[in-house]
Design a protein. Structure first.
Length: 743
């Protein structure tokens, strides 16, 4: 299901690369590049959307791993606000709070998980520039409970004062516009402390809510287990009292809004989500009368498994409220709208149409569904007919929210690219780019400026882990992947005869004794195609090959179990791999039927650093398109090259530590392919290019284009010198072209 996260997505690839590099003070040479996104449109989970109450058309979206965005209504697109960020943890946004009066001021709580750093960011120019305060409490912008909130709030009566409800350490306060923070000792719940189990977290204080019409009145919810879940202050947070009443204690308040009548509408779930929620409720609290009212749209026998999370109220009429379900898989999530304060409800999913022509991939089953994981829901404070909600795959908006009859919803995502990319290839023919995504499977990108028509299908694998194309017959492609289930239901392998537009499944025979643990059943088996597209090699426990599109399979001799195989991009009979047990390069000269040792002269004695230990990791051994026998190999941050089919090797790099690399079309007159690297040079982490075989490297990104340094893979274009594609972990696919000569 789109929106679920895979294990490696919160892992920064640029680690442990800085030590030992000399001349750290010497400037890193650069060449200017122009960077832009390959267009998909949304694609990931944006847990929160907030309209500014200070200016019409101004809104913010926070994502769980791709930073925050600001709506530019005049240009009709979203502006990414953190492309200059170099700390990966700060790309997971826990909460966002625009100033209620000054439209230029906005605050953000940033921190991916409790294992990474956290900060409160403040801006006086709508997020163009940020000042950061590193805080002593950790966050969970990409953890369970990321749909809760908003946890960060500005006091409308004293706008230099902010409150932040933390996950693990109680309530915090700033009285100098978020520059400094102190714990509110008077708050009744001190927090449960940082978790000790690796994947555990706490919901903590789920929302902080100021009443703009009653100065000093503020509400806080707690989504931790316990008897007390709702708190109120009448003096701006100096003193607090527990508010009794409401639903039973096992229901957790997750989000809340206050209308201009002072009534608070709260959504509840039985867990912090977004997964695992089975029950929910909606209650309204009237502070003046100190009364509660259950307004849950579906109760008793009519209730559908799942909870309620998104909640909104109209600024023009406090009787108009809306709530969204969450984790309701059958019949799917929906939104309920009430015009009389929750006495009666109208369900919107069955009374709506979706126009996804701008992002057609959302038509997964021929008709885009209403959405899932609807954690965020908002009604425009300046236009009661304009509303928006988030899902695990996109953001929808409508201008029909205050009208009877069917509502038209369309993706509201232009400029938002919030996806995690696992792999990509730029083939020698056909579409310029074919990708493998986490959660969405991946795409054939025939036009980099237009959302692709559909995701990879037959089979539909939520994650694509490896892609390969035939060097001299690039329309033939192969891929492998996995689903979010432990075992792939049908097959984890596929091939295409038309450059990734259509796919057909490949099934390998079962290996005795492995059962569901077989690599091809878990998605761990990579696949490689020969240069002419005739042979497929599958890296299973017992490596197999087929020359008739999977009708018959043959065991490969001399190839170790479960190692990556690289096909020569020119000579169809040549394949390469590493035998780690013997520390040697091996090669096939008979089209994959058998492998034997080759010289490997010039390589380190220990090749262990080149071993691929995770199915999503790029292959460190790369064959150069158009050059028979030309190979590059990454070992422990250093690149080695061979021009004679792996017989002899030469160390090609120095002064740069490389995490991942790719090759592309060489510069005019050059003997070498262009090399592109994700790495570190003299203490500067980023993207680099070499056009002289690795002797010299130039930085091609700059401080304004860092994307949290959450970078997973890089590849050059074999048909266009200088074009490079970068797979980010949260900001989609970025591609760049050189702007001018080296400086």
């Amino acid at each position: 299901m789109v929106g679920k996260r895979i294990r490696s997505l919160t892992t920064l690839v640029l680690i442990n690369l800085v030590g030992g590099i000399a001349d750290a003070q010497q400037p890193v040479p650069t060449i200017p590049y122009h960077w832009q996104n390959v267009v998909v449109g949304g694609g990931g989970f944006a847990p929160g959307i907030v309209f500014s109450p200070a200016e019409r058309g101004l809104a913010y979206v926070r994502t769980d791993m791709g930073g925050a965005y600001r709506r530019d209504d005049r240009a009709a697109h979203w502006v990414p606000l953190q492309d200059d960020e170099s700390v990966g943890s700060y790309m997971g946004i826990e909460s966002i709070a625009p100033d209620p009066v000054d439209a230029d001021v906005v605050y953000m709580a940033a921190g991916m998980s409790w294992r990474g750093p956290a900060a409160i960011l403040r801006s006086t120019d709508r997020g163009v520039h940020w000042r950061k305060t590193v805080v002593p409490f950790v966050m969970g912008g990409n953890e369970a409970g990321r749909g809760l909130g908003e946890r960060l709030a500005v006091d409308p009566g004293a706008r230099t004062t902010l409150l932040f409800g933390s996950r693990h350490d109680g309530l915090w306060r700033s009285d100098d516009s978020a520059a400094h923070w102190q714990k509110v000792k008077a708050f009744p719940l001190p927090g449960l402390g940082v978790p000790t189990a690796p994947r555990a977290t706490h919901g903590g204080l789920s929302f902080v809510l100021f009443d703009p019409l009653h100065r000093g009145r503020v509400f806080v919810g707690s989504a931790d287990p316990g008897a007390r879940h709702f708190f109120m202050s009448g003096d701006g947070g100096t003193t607090w009292r527990t508010v009794a009443g409401g639903p039973q204690a096992d229901m957790l308040p997750v989000k809340a809004v206050v209308g201009n009548d002072g009534i608070v509408t709260i959504t509840y779930c039985d867990s912090i989500g977004p997964n695992g929620i089975t029950r929910g409720a909606v209650w309204r609290f009237d502070p003046g009368a100190a009364t509660w009212r259950d307004v849950t749209p579906q109760r008793g026998a009519a209730a559908v498994p799942g909870g309620y999370m998104g909640v909104a109220v109209s600024a023009s009429d406090p009787q108009v409220i809306a709530v969204a379900t969450v984790n309701r898989y059958k019949p799917g999530d929906t939104i309920w709208r009430s015009a009389n304060g929750g006495q009666t409800w109208r369900e919107l999913a069955r009374d709506s149409v979706r126009d996804v022509s701008a992002t057609p991939f959302l038509d997964f089953d021929g008709k885009a569904n209403f959405g899932h994981w609807i954690a965020g829901l908002a009604i425009d404070p300046f236009d009661s007919g304009h509303a928006a909600y988030v899902t695990g795959a996109t953001i929808y908006a409508t201008d029909d929210f205050d009208r009877p009859g069917p509502m038209r919803w369309a993706p509201w995502t232009k400029g938002i690219e919030q996806t995690a990319i696992i792999t990509l290839v730029s083939p020698t023919g056909g579409a310029p780019l074919v990708s493998g995504f986490g959660d969405l499977g991946g795409f054939r990108h025939a036009d980099l400026g237009r959302s692709p028509a559909h995701v990879h299908r037959l089979p539909m694998l939520t994650n694509t882990n490896t892609l390969d194309y035939a060097g001299t017959a690039p329309q033939v492609m192969v891929r492998s992947g996995n689903t979010h289930q432990p075992v792939v239901p049908d097959t984890s392998l596929a091939w295409s005869a038309d450059g990734g537009e259509h796919w057909l499944p490949l099934r390998v025979p079962a290996h005795p004794g492995e059962g569901d643990a077989a690599p091809e059943r878990t998605g761990d088996a990579a696949i490689t195609v020969s240069a002419d597209g005739a042979t497929f090699v599958v890296e299973t426990t017992r490596p197999l090959m087929t020359r008739d599109r999977g009708r018959h399979w043959t065991a490969i001799s001399g190839l170790p179990s479960r190692v990556r195989v690289t096909a020569d991009k020119v000579e169809a009979r040549r394949f390469y791999a590493i035998d780690f047990a013997a520390n040697r390069i091996i090669r096939s000269d008979d089209g994959g039927a058998s492998f034997h040792a080759v010289g490997g002269m010039g390589l380190p004695r220990d090749l262990a650093a080149a071993r691929v230990t995770w199915r999503e990791a790029p292959d460190p051994l790369v064959a150069v398109p158009g050059a028979a026998g030309a190979l590059w190999l990454l070992i422990g941050g250093d690149l080695y090259r061979s021009t004679d089919f792996g017989e002899r090797w030469m160390r090609a790099t120095g002064g740069i530590a490389i995490a991942h690399y790719g090759v592309g079309k060489g510069a005019p007159g050059s003997l070498w392919p262009a090399l592109y690297a994700i790495g570190d040079m003299r203490g500067t982490a980023g993207l680099f290019r070499s056009i002289d075989g690795g002797a010299q490297w130039l930085r091609i990104n700059d401080d304004a284009h860092q994307w949290g340094l959450r970078l997973r893979m890089i590849a050059g274009d074999p048909r266009r010198f200088g074009r490079v594609y970068v797979a980010t972990d949260g900001r989609g696919i970025i591609y760049g072209d050189p702007m001018e000569k080296t400086k």
